[in-house]
Design a protein around this ligand. Sequence first.
Ligand code: FAD
Length: 385
Amino acid sequence: MEMVDYFQVEGFLNNAEKTYRDEVRKFVDKECMPLIASHFDSGTFPMELIPQMGEMGLFGIHVDGYGCTKASHLIYGLICQELGRCDSGLRAMFSVQNSLVMHPIYAFGSEEQKVRWLPRMARGEVVGCFGLSEADSGSNPSGMRTRAVKRGNQYLLNGTKMWITNGSIAAVALIWAKVDEEIHGFLVEAGTPGFQATLIQRKFSYRTSPTSLLILKDCLIPEESLLPEAKGLKSVLSCLNDARYGVACSALGSAIACYEVAEAFACKREVFGKPISSYQLVQEKLVHMVLEIIKAQLLTYHLGRLLDQQKARPSQISMAKLNNVQEAMKIARKARDILGARGILADHHIIRHLCDLEAMSTLEGTESIHTLIIGQDLTGISAFH
Ligand SMILES: Cc1cc2nc3c(=O)[nH]c(=O)nc-3n(C[C@H](O)[C@H](O)[C@H](O)COP(=O)(O)OP(=O)(O)OC[C@H]3O[C@@H](n4cnc5c(N)ncnc54)[C@H](O)[C@@H]3O)c2cc1C
């Protein structure tokens, strides 16, 4: 089926971008879609897809060398859109690996850290996770309690990280901890004594994603595990910018997926002797969905270009994340309604997207936090405190 492109947005993309997107689209349709509903049902991640994504060169998009294929932000966004069309947990695995682990190792790590981790992560042999949030500090990461104390040529880590994507499947965790009062990043390997990752159970959103609790109890790591160039909240936020753009693109993918299912269903389903697509109220829903998809595409692709030209401001990323998730939720609800009772079945996909969008409105900065970021940018006044 052709994807929604009502405004010839396709014309914004060059051949390399279209080729990347189409390759991922094929992979998603052939390899991912047939698996995803049952994984959503069982709350498991389709691990077999990870090496395939590595083979396709999807890991290390922001890295030059070390076995990685560097590509533009716009291409990264298109990949997020295509993976998000299938499942947000799948997209989150990809985003965390790229933006939140490989990028910081590349940008802030030592040569030894880069050589040790990046080639294996690029091949999809090793997965990473990003441990920032804690039970009592999500929106305000500077309130974190996790501490690292220097002991000779080692660091002693104590603390707990909550809601960590990929945590229980990761071979390496990037743990953000305070040394005195400054935040630093540490690479903690799975299996290190005192470090434990446990799957958070009974989630009704992000069911395929291994969201985890990480416990660090008197965990001793070599001093070489510190990312030498990562200092303070600024380094953390530089990683989050890219991940937030990824969420905006992923939400667009979810919206497209929901629209396409609803449109096909509306044309086939007959009620009162006519296809429901012939009723004005159903058409109004479809029109609203396409309108918002087009607006989100224009916003998101333009943002990708700005990111590539290093002209994007964090508040513009906030705007795309805020808009796309909010509108995708409305689109998913309308699509769910068009499918009637079938709309609640995982096999028709819409309910999965709707449940996942609930988490997406919170992760990588809540709706309110992004509103405050934009508000501060517009007025010059911080309303955070
Ligand atoms: C599925 C999932 C995956 C995640 N993956 C990761 C991960 O890989 N790594 C990681 O580090 N974290 C991860 N997170 C955590 C995520 O980043 C946090 O949940 C998010 O930042 C919000 O923090 P919180 O849940 O503690 O909510 P809180 O910060 O407690 O916020 C609660 C409510 O208060 C509101 N609020 C807070 N401050 C203000 C204010 N100043 N003004 C107005 N309202 C305010 C918020 O908008 C929200 O509505 C994940 C979360 C989920 C759900």
